[in-house]
Design a binder for this molecule. Structure first.
Ligand code: SF4
Length: 469
C-alpha cells in the first residue's frame, strides 16, 4: 500500500484536461503548452505531460506531479516544433502510476502516434478482453491505451480511416487530442460529454478542454468542437469533419456545476454566470432561514452570490481558504480528516458569531467535509447552520470521466436531507431539485444528469470499467 491507497478526495473529481497547439512554423511548442496546461491544473493534479514532433520524431515527457513541477524546465529550454499536445491527469485510488500518465506515445504499423485523452471508455472491459485474447500486451491500466491498440490492429491502411474505425468501436466519453506524424487530430465523442474548444491565431491553432486555457494565450475568439466532430490540422490547413452523426447530446452538467473554472465558457455557457443562476434558483425554492449567506470557497462562491442577490440576504465573507494546502484529502482517521479541512478552511469568527448562517456549496458526496465544516462554524459561534447545495442529490456513480464514489459511499443514497442534517450537525440541509437545475439551461435535454437520476445515456458494459482507469 502506498500513500495514495487511502488518499481520496471528498469532492468528486475529474480525470483529465488536454491542450494542443499546431503552428505554421517551428516554434517552442513545449514552452507554449505550459500555459494552457497550467490553466487546466484544476482538471488533474497527479500527473502532467507533453508530446511534440521534433524534426519528424515524436518526443514526450511526463511525470507524476503538478504542471509547475513537471514542465517548468520547458520554460527555459528551446524545443523547435510545429505540433504538440499536453495532458493533466487525476487518478482513482491506487492508479496514480507513471505508466498511466499521458500523453501515451507509441510507434506501430501506422507510424508514430501520441494520444491525450479526457473521459472514460465505458465498453473498455469488453475491448480489453477482446484485445487480450488477440495477443495484445498492455503497459498501463488506462483505457486510453486501448485506443492505440485498436488503431494499430485496424486493417485499414490509411491512418485516418483506421482512426475513424476505432472511434466507432468506442462507447462513453472520449475527448482527445492525437498527433500522427506532423498532424494533430482533435476529436469529441458523439454525445459530447466533455468539452473541447479551439481558437486560431495568426499562425497558430490551439485546442483545450476549457476556454480559460485559451485565454492564457490571449485567444478569446474560440469555438466548440461539436459532438462527433474531428478537426484535422497540419500547418495552416484545418479540416473539420463529422466522423459520426450526433443523434443526441449528453453534455456533463457537472462541468457547469463544479468542475470547470468559473472564468471558462463551457458548452456555450459562462460557468460563473450559470452558477449564479443555480444560486438564484436555489433561493427561489428555499424558506430562507438564514440571516447571512456564506460560501464554501471556492466551489460555492458563484452560487452564493446568486442566492444572496435573489434573496436579499447579505453575503458575508465567513470562510477563508488556504491556497497553499493542496487538495482536501480523506485521510485514514477522523482526526487527520478534521485537521486537513481545518488547514484549508478558516471561519472568520467576528463575522459568524451569533448569526444564522446559510452555507452554500455545490454538492455533497460522502458528507465528511460538510460534517467538519459545520462543526467549525458552530465553534466560531454560529447560532444556526443551514446547508444549501446548488445541485441535486448525487445518488449514482459516473462512467464518463468523473470519479464519483460507489453508490454505497454516497451519503444521499443512505440518508434523507433531514438525516444528512442530523449526521453533519446542521439545522437543515436542502438541494436544488433536478427540475430547477434543468430550468437553468436553455436546452435541458442536451445534458447528462445520470449521477442524479441514474438515467445513463450509454450503459457501462461492466461497472468495473471505472475502477481500472
Ligand atoms: S453521470 Fe454526472 S458526472 Fe458523469 S457525465 Fe453525467 S452528469 Fe457528468
Amino acid at each position: 500500500m502506498n500513500s495514495h491507497d487511502y488518499v481520496k478526495t471528498d469532492k468528486i473529481a475529474h480525470y483529465c484536461g488536454v491542450a494542443g497547439i499546431v503552428s505554421e512554423h517551428e516554434i517552442n511548442i513545449p514552452e507554449k503548452l505550459f500555459y494552457p496546461l497550467f490553466a487546466l491544473q484544476h482538471r488533474g493534479q497527479e500527473s502532467a505531460g507533453i508530446s511534440y514532433n521534433n524534426r519528424g520524431q515524436l518526443i514526450f515527457y511526463k511525470d507524476l506531479g503538478m504542471v509547475s513541477q513537471v514542465l517548468s524546465r520547458y520554460l527555459h529550454e528551446e524545443h523547435p516544433s510545429a505540433v504538440g499536445i499536453g495532458h493533466v491527469r487525476y487518478s482513482t485510488q491506487g492508479a496514480n502510476k507513471l505508466e498511466n500518465a499521458q500523453p501515451i506515445t507509441v510507434t506501430c504499423n501506422k507510424g508514430q502516434i501520441s494520444l491525450a485523452h479526457n473521459g472514460n471508455i465505458s465498453n473498455s472491459v469488453n475491448l480489453r478482453d477482446y484485445l487480450f485474447k488477440k495477443g495484445s500486451i498492455f503497459q498501463s491500466t488506462s483505457d486510453s491505451e486501448l485506443i492505440l491498440h485498436l488503431i494499430a490492429r485496424s486493417k485499414q491502411n490509411n491512418f485516418k480511416q483506421a482512426l475513424i474505425e476505432t472511434l466507432n468501436s468506442l462507447e462513453g466519453a472520449f475527448t482527445m487530442l492525437l498527433i500522427h506524424e506532423d498532424t494533430l487530430y482533435a476529436i469529441r465523442d458523439p454525445l459530447g460529454f466533455r468539452p473541447l474548444v479551439m481558437a486560431t491565431a495568426q499562425d497558430m491553432t490551439v485546442f483545450a478542454s476549457e476556454s480559460c486555457a485559451l485565454d492564457t494565450m490571449r485567444l478569446t475568439d474560440y469555438k466548440q468542437i461539436e459532438p462527433g466532430q474531428m478537426v484535422i490540422v497540419k500547418g495552416k490547413r484545418i479540416v473539420t469533419e463529422q466522423y459520426t452523426p450526433c443523434k443526441k447530446r449528453s453534455y456533463c452538467i457537472f462541468e457547469l456545476i463544479y468542475f470547470s473554472r468559473p472564468d471558462s465558457t463551457v458548452f456555450g455557457y459562462s460557468v460563473h454566470m450559470l452558477r449564479k443562476k443555480l444560486g438564484r434558483a436555489l433561493s427561489e425554492i428555499d424558506e430562507r432561514p438564514g440571516e447571512l449567506v456564506i460560501a464554501v470557497p471556492d466551489s460555492g462562491n458563484s452560487a452564493a452570490l446568486g442566492y444572496a442577490a435573489a434573496s436579499g440576504i447579505a453575503l458575508e465573507y465567513g470562510l477563508t481558504r488556504d491556497h497553499y494546502s493542496g487538495r482536501t484529502f480523506i485521510q485514514p482517521t477522523k482526526e487527520m480528516r478534521e485537521f486537513g479541512v481545518q488547514m484549508k478552511l478558516h471561519p472568520i469568527k467576528k463575522a459568524i458569531a451569533g448569526k444564522k448562517i446559510t452555507l452554500i456549496d455545490d454538492s455533497i458526496v460522502r458528507g465528511t467535509t460538510s460534517n467538519i465544516l459545520v462543526r467549525l462554524l458552530r465553534e466560531a459561534g454560529a447560532k444556526e447552520v443551514h446547508l444549501r447545495l446548488s445541485s441535486p442529490e448525487i445518488k449514482h456513480p459516473c462512467f464518463f470521466g468523473i470519479d464519483i464514489p460507489t453508490k454505497e459511499e454516497l451519503i444521499s443514497n443512505n440518508m434523507s436531507p433531514q438525516q444528512i442534517a442530523e449526521y453533519i450537525g446542521a439545522d437543515t440541509v436542502s438541494f436544488l431539485p433536478l427540475k430547477s437545475l434543468r430550468s437553468c439551461v436553455d436546452t435541458p435535454d442536451d445534458f447528462c444528469y445520470a449521477c442524479f437520476n441514474g438515467s445513463y445515456p450509454v450503459q457501462a458494459k461492466n461497472p468495473a470499467a471505472r475502477r481500472i482507469y
